[in-house]
Ligand binder design. Sequence first.
Ligand code: HEC
Ligand code: HEC
Length: 85
Amino acid sequence: MRQTYSTQLAWVTGIPVLFIAVAFALIQSPEVLESPGIIAVTVGQVVPHPIEEHEHCSSCHSLKGIKPYPLNHLGWNDESCTKCH
Ligand code: HEC
Ligand code: HEC
């Protein structure tokens, strides 16, 4: 009886923890999505300006910049931008 209970408890707590961990891992490391097949889903808008001379994306696109990026972009570095845009 007690063993059944602890097995159930392990499942009920374990699955949400795993789920949340994966979600946060994806938010922090978008490059994981680079594997072929998933990429089509995550393609962002095309960049409407030249990328040369504009490498420091976050100087204009951080939350306080002239053209802020969406909140889910917070913490991504400049090198990551062109993987999707
Ligand atoms: C000098 C400031 C500046 C820098 C640096 C810059 N941008 Fe921009 N970006 C802008 C402005 C201003 C707009 C809006 C232009 C418009 O709407 O025509 C824009 C628009 C965009 C858009 C389209 C937004 C939309 O609403 O469609 C994307 C995507 C984008 N930039 C990505 C990037 C990426 C990636 C980089 C780095 C390689 C970068 N930007 C660097 C100023 C900058
Ligand atoms: C994992 C792929 C991915 C990466 C990496 C990424 N973006 Fe995006 N970005 C998107 C998608 C998808 C959208 C549109 C959906 C949304 O609003 O969330 C978007 C939206 C934007 C917009 C707003 C466009 C609009 O229509 O308002 C800007 C500006 C932008 N990104 C800039 C950047 C910059 C700067 C970086 C680097 C710090 C970056 N992005 C990195 C996928 C990405």
